[in-house]
Design a protein around this ligand. Structure first.
Ligand SMILES: Cc1cc2nc3c(=O)[nH]c(=O)nc-3n(C[C@H](O)[C@H](O)[C@H](O)COP(=O)(O)OP(=O)(O)OC[C@H]3O[C@@H](n4cnc5c(N)ncnc54)[C@H](O)[C@@H]3O)c2cc1C
Length: 328
């Protein structure tokens, strides 16, 4: 495909570098990067890509993603301009209406204790969401403190940790199906699992989250506590793509997590070029400065092979890898 004359229904950039849009800071360019600013533009962008015979790849905050070097053919759609958080205007508004109200809702929302919900477009950052929770005294997803990425990516990946997951607060997700139409999926009809929203090829356009209410002070203290715990155990300031592997079935791994298995294989600090298995948390690979995607991807494969040969456990990737030719 592709000429610079191609018309798209939203902001569009040809040959767009992607490294700076990911946390790992590696990788090449997208043939096209589309940047919708609203759910409707996102829907139209998905439809336009599909009309041209392309399955678009969706880029949230790029926090669980490694983009290969070179040029990625086709279309990447980024959600970073879709960063609206809204309070529903009335408690008797259903979740669908809460997402429908859009930019120009003019009625003051109900007191937060009467309707502790937030309607978010897909590109709301989880950092921004946690800040809003802190300000409003909303409780339920304090553990998202320090988790980078967008809420759309968080819902698609079912971001979580020990004993919590994003979907526990979901009331409804607004999806865009491959045929370019909206579909509202209530929580009770969804089947998220460990690190997987199980949404198939649907794209998350928005989500309504339901919280509990608490004191602003206590919510803030819990957020700070989760932040401190994360800082103490993970390389949060380094360039990385989060946990590389899902935790395996404890029956197969003797109860060891993915990070513990990698550590037990003596792989902490192992490098290929400037890609390095984190000394702080063995399930993280960090870009120690100037790494290429090829180095990062090779180190991920090396770790997986070593764990298989030393411990007999086949680790499954949690990280998404965008390779030319493969699906996103
Ligand atoms: C320092 C650090 C700490 C982390 N801690 C945690 C943690 O505690 N728990 C945890 O679960 N994760 C953690 N992660 C990983 C990451 O933050 C989460 O997986 C997050 O949900 C990724 O969101 P994203 O928007 O960045 O998605 P991306 O990395 O952009 O994309 C990930 C996948 O989601 C898809 N996707 C993105 N947006 C959409 C959308 N709108 N609709 C459909 N599909 C979409 C992409 O196509 C891709 O397949 C951490 C990462 C880092 C770097």
């Amino acid at each position: 495909m592709s000429t610079a004359r191609t018309l798209w229904p939203c902001a569009a950039l040809p040959n767009a570098p992607l490294a700076g849009l990911t946390n790992m800071k590696v990788g090449g360019a997208a043939e096209w990067l589309l940047e919708p600013a609203t759910p409707e533009e996102l829907r139209d962008a998905v439809g336009a890509a599909r009309e041209r015979g392309m399955v678009p790849r969706i880029l949230g905050g790029g926090a669980n993603l490694v983009v290969a070097d070179g040029v990625l053919p086709g279309v990447v759609i980024g959600t970073s301009r879709m960063n609206m958080i809204m309070r529903p205007q009335a408690p008797d508004h259903g979740a669908t209406e809460a997402l429908d109200q859009g930019l120009d809702a003019r009625v003051a929302p109900s007191p937060i204790a009467e309707d502790p919900r937030l309607a978010c477009w897909a590109g709301v950052t989880m950092v921004g969401l946690v800040n809003r929770m802190r300000r409003l005294g909303l409780t339920g997803l304090e553990m998202l403190a320090g988790v980078p990425g967008h809420i759309g990516g968080g819902v698609a990946m079912n971001a979580g940790g020990r004993g919590w997951e994003v979907w526990s607060a979901v009331e409804l997700v607004r999806l865009i199906d491959p045929d370019g139409t909206f579909r509202d999926l209530p929580r009770e009809e969804a089947s998220p699992s460990y690190r997987n929203g199980n949404l198939g090829e649907a794209v998350v356009a928005g989500v309504v989250l339901r919280f509990g209410t608490g004191s602003v002070k206590e919510v803030g203290e819990r957020i700070n506590e989760y932040m401190r715990a994360k800082n103490a155990t993970q390389p949060v300031t380094a360039a990385s793509a989060g946990c590389v592997f899902k935790n395996p079935d404890p029956d197969a791994s003797g109860g060891l997590s993915a990070g513990q298995l990698v550590d037990a294989c003596g792989l902490k600090g192992r490098r290929i070029g400037a890609a390095e298995v984190s000394e702080r948390h063995a399930n993280f690979i960090v870009n120690a400065g100037g790494a290429t995607a090829t180095e990062v991807l090779a180190l991920m494969d090396l770790v997986r092979d070593e764990v298989a040969s030393q411990r007999g456990v086949e680790l499954e990737f949690e990280v998404k890898r965008w390779l030319p030719g493969a699906a996103g």
